[in-house]
Design a protein around this ligand. Structure first.
Ligand SMILES: Nc1ncnc2c1ncn2[C@@H]1O[C@H](COP(=O)(O)OP(=O)(O)OP(=O)(O)O)[C@@H](O)[C@H]1O
Ligand SMILES: [Mg+2]
Length: 251
């Protein structure tokens, strides 16, 4: 289980996380929704130890990760696969080299690395693209290569930051199916950040909404659809009218 306790983070004057509390259960798919710039990616980066909070704790099982040494944190991070917003592939490496990237730190021999790369590309429906450079791949293929990289070292947890954003509806649904498939076959715990509500409803056991630096609601997709919380209602209906006001300086 992952437990986020009273997490606070400020960048200069920008007070982004203002006391996030969240428990993530083993084996579930939990999705975090919320407006642009509300801190979803920042929260995800704290969970994997890429950012340090100003205040608050993060537990994975009984280990508190914000106070780990760099070496201990490195070991902890091996439990995680991370699909970065925008894929973040290395352009100078081939698809296969991208997938293999983290495996070189895991003491695997070259033959095993090759097999793992091939298996993971197979998992995401991209067998045989090992030698292709990212520039030659479509956006959806890049996401899938990034996903193959995220699952390459058998993570216990996979973080997906906007896995379906920018994809056509059919490709987006193929990614949804893949997330569900990976959860079922690899028994991973999935933490997803998305604006794509149809994806959130389809893949999630639970959905949490981040607003004003806090988790303001948490429930099953059915509970979220029937919510009486005015903020959540406005967000899921995508209306300009409601308690959430756009800050025009963001434009
Ligand atoms: N490394 C950083 N340094 C300074 N400010 C940052 C940093 N990372 C994020 N921020 C700020 O924190 C706020 C939250 O950013 P974050 O990327 O978490 O938003 P988000 O909810 O993921 O938005 P989107 O849906 O657009 O991806 C933003 O105002 C952003 O500018
Ligand atoms: Mg983001």
């Amino acid at each position: 289980m992952i437990k986020v306790e009273d997490l606070h983070k400020t960048f200069a004057e920008n007070y982004v996380l203002r006391g996030v509390n969240l428990e993530i259960r083993d084996g579930e798919t939990i999705t975090i929704i919320g407006g642009s710039g509300c801190g979803k990616t920042v929260l995800l980066k704290h969970i994997v130890g890429l950012l340090k909070p100003d205040k608050g704790k993060i537990y994975i099982n009984s280990t508190e990760i914000t106070s780990l040494t760099e070496h201990e944190l490195g070991e902890y991070q091996k439990k995680f696969g991370y699909l970065f917003q925008g894929s973040a592939l290395f352009d100078s490496l081939t698809a296969g080299e991208n997938v293999a990237f983290g495996l070189h730190n895991m003491n695997f021999n070259e033959k095993l690395i090759k097999k793992k790369v091939s298996d993971c590309l197979g998992h995401v429906g991209l067998s045989g693209v090992e030698d292709i450079k990212p520039a030659e791949l479509s956006g959806g293929m890049k996401k899938r290569v990034a996903l193959a990289r995220a699952i390459a070292y058998d993570p216990e947890y996979i973080c997906y930051d906007e896995p379906t954003t920018g994809l056509d509806p059919i490709m987006a649904d193929a990614i949804n199916e893949l997330i569900i498939h990976l959860q079922k076959t690899l028994k991973v715990t999935s933490i997803v950040v998305t604006h794509d509500l149809s994806s959130a409803y389809k893949i999630s056991n639970r959905i949490a909404m981040l607003y004003d630096g806090k988790i303001i609601t948490l429930g099953s997709p059915e509970e979220i659809k029937k919510t009486s919380n005015e903020y959540v209602k406005q967000f899921i209906t995508g209306s300009i009218n409601g308690p959430i006001k756009l800050k025009l300086k963001e434009f």
